[in-house]
Design a binder for this molecule. Sequence first.
Ligand SMILES: [Zn+2]
Length: 105
Amino acid sequence: MLDYNHDTDTNAVIVTVLASVFLLLLVGIVFYGYGFLMRQGRLTPTSEMGRCLLCGTIAPKDQLVPRTLHGGKEVLLCSTCIVSLHTDLLRTQTVTKPSTKDSIG
Ligand SMILES: [Zn+2]
């Protein structure tokens, strides 16, 4: 009787441990798979996805602005890079403004 009870306790512990390990494995696989998909998404753009020329971000093509280079090659730019370019342009214009003011005065 005692041995039987001991065996059931051991079995219950083994089942619990196995269930926990299985659950951990399942969670691990899900996270690994998600990470793998995310990495795949970053590395290889699909037909509906495009890569920003400047920062390399991969996004849906409808969120990227296409521009044709002088060589005829079409490139895509993301909103972050366009805003960054715009900010830099404004900064450049702010820097060059005093010189135009000087030429007027
Ligand atoms: Zn970009």
